[in-house]
Ligand binder design. Structure first.
Ligand code: SF4
Length: 193
């Protein structure tokens, strides 16, 4: 892992200039990970898995009701991880050398401790990313930024009728529209600050 990290650090500036080479290097990296993890399953005493990223589903609650999604409806209703559990998990991630933390839901911004969680994660030096439907972004973005969040993915499924057909809650829909927010669906647009 240390060798790969050093190699990546050395090559990164060069690869930035050659996007095709960068893409190819990324594919090789992913393939080597797949092989390594497959081998680790067969020979756990000799080869250890080397996870670099985890997804944490902070909550099953959601403030949207997208078609085809059961979060916020009948999937684990009301379930969410406490701050203490997430904090300990993040501490373990740091100790294990995991670099990227992706905060998910449901909708992670409805978790009452999301800012504290981001603060703890960023404070540990973990690369922290959050995926959201964007509804609460305006009111939370300043606190999240202060807490150290620099990357956000916002689900986007289009506008107008495209959006109406995805989100079945009229009241929420009109709020999202009036605030000019992107709306959830097929793709995710990543923003870094
Ligand atoms: S915003 Fe995401 S979690 Fe919420 S209902 Fe839509 S797809 Fe499901």
């Amino acid at each position: 892992m240390a060798v790969r990290a050093k190699l990546a650090k050395t090559l990164r500036p060069l690869l930035r200039k050659f996007p095709a080479l960068r893409k190819a290097a990324g594919s090789v990296d992913v393939c080597s990970d797949i092989v390594r993890h497959a081998a680790a399953a067969v020979l756990p005493q000799i080869i250890q898995p080397d996870p670099r990223e985890i997804y944490i589903t902070l909550t099953a609650n959601c403030n949207l009701r997208c078609v085809g999604c059961r979060y916020g409806r009948d999937f684990m209703p009301g379930s969410q991880l406490s701050f203490q559990v997430v904090r300990d998990l993040l501490d373990d991630c740091k100790e294990l050398g995991i670099k990227n933390i992706r905060l998910y839901g449901g909708e992670p911004l409805v978790h009452k401790d999301v800012v504290r969680i981001v603060e703890h994660s960023a404070g540990l030096g973990l690369n922290t990313l959050l995926t959201t439907n964007g509804i609460l972004l305006k009111e939370k973005i300043d606190d999240l930024y202060k807490a150290g969040l620099r990357s956000i993915g916002v689900g986007f499924s289009g506008t107008g009728e495209d959006y109406n057909s995805m989100c079945s809650d009229r009241e929420i829909r009109s709020r999202a529209w009036s605030e000019g927010l992107p709306t959830r669906g097929n793709g995710t647009a990543w923003m870094s600050t």
